[in-house]
Design a protein. Sequence first.
Length: 50
Amino acid sequence: MAVSELNEDTQDQICDLLENLQQIEKLKNKDMRILLDKIVRQYGGKVVNK
């Protein structure tokens, strides 16, 4: 299953949570990549730096 196959509501909730954590400076970019990588690896994906 590809990450894009997550339902839209779940994607929106993840984005909102990450944005909120970043805004209150509790989440740095490196930490965000680590968390996203944990999520996408469950679906056979991998986070890459762009």
